[in-house]
Design a protein around this ligand. Structure first.
Ligand code: IDP
Ligand code: MG
Length: 149
């Protein structure tokens, strides 16, 4: 089953939106695999966002992610990566489609509330970066056949 990594970033946590993000992903039919409320270390933030090192927004991005706690999660389902990216919306809230989290709750790219993996490969990598193998729960829901064909 395809897995994707999701963060409710510090602004989402501060604004009390952890439940809203989880509600939308559950409603979509995705299955929760792991969750951890945590303060992110500088080292973990830099590894997670290594691809953006050197960009003008990089220092601000690291400072934002380590500022206060985040909710880190792994979710799975058919096309989980694409489904979650769609539910989050475009990176810039003013370009995100109405009905997406970033549209419905955000204004600025530097306060866009969530992270979601951008490819199945990065989903695997990010889940492995943020969670130990024994933190991932393999389970079946009674209603899985009504979400997964
Ligand atoms: P994504 O989160 O939609 O995958 P990326 O392009 O991978 O977007 O950028 C990672 C994160 O870096 C964004 O979610 C946002 O928090 C931040 N970011 C990206 N571009 C900018 C910018 O121009 N200014 C400030 N922050 C930015
Ligand atoms: Mg990205």
């Amino acid at each position: 089953m395809e897995k994707t990594f999701v963060l409710v970033k510090p602004d989402g946590v501060q604004r009390g939106l952890i439940g809203e993000v989880i509600r939308r992903l559950e409603q979509r039919g995705l299955r929760l695999v792991a969750a951890k409320f945590m303060q992110v270390s500088k080292e973990l933030a830099e590894t997670h966002y290594a691809i953006h090192k050197g960009k003008p927004f990089y220092d601000g991005l690291i400072a934002y992610i380590i500022s206060t706690p985040v909710m880190a999660m792994a979710w799975e389902g058919p096309n989980a990566v694409a489904a979650v990216r769609q539910t989050m919306g475009a990176t810039r809230p003013t370009e995100a489609a109405p009905g997406t989290i970033r549209h419905d709750f955000g204004l600025e790219v530097g306060r866009n509330l969530t992270h979601a993996s951008d490819s199945p490969e990065n989903g695997e990598k990010e889940v492995a970066l943020w969670f130990r193998e024994d933190e991932l729960v393999s389970w079946e829901r009674a209603l899985d056949p009504w979400y997964f064909e």
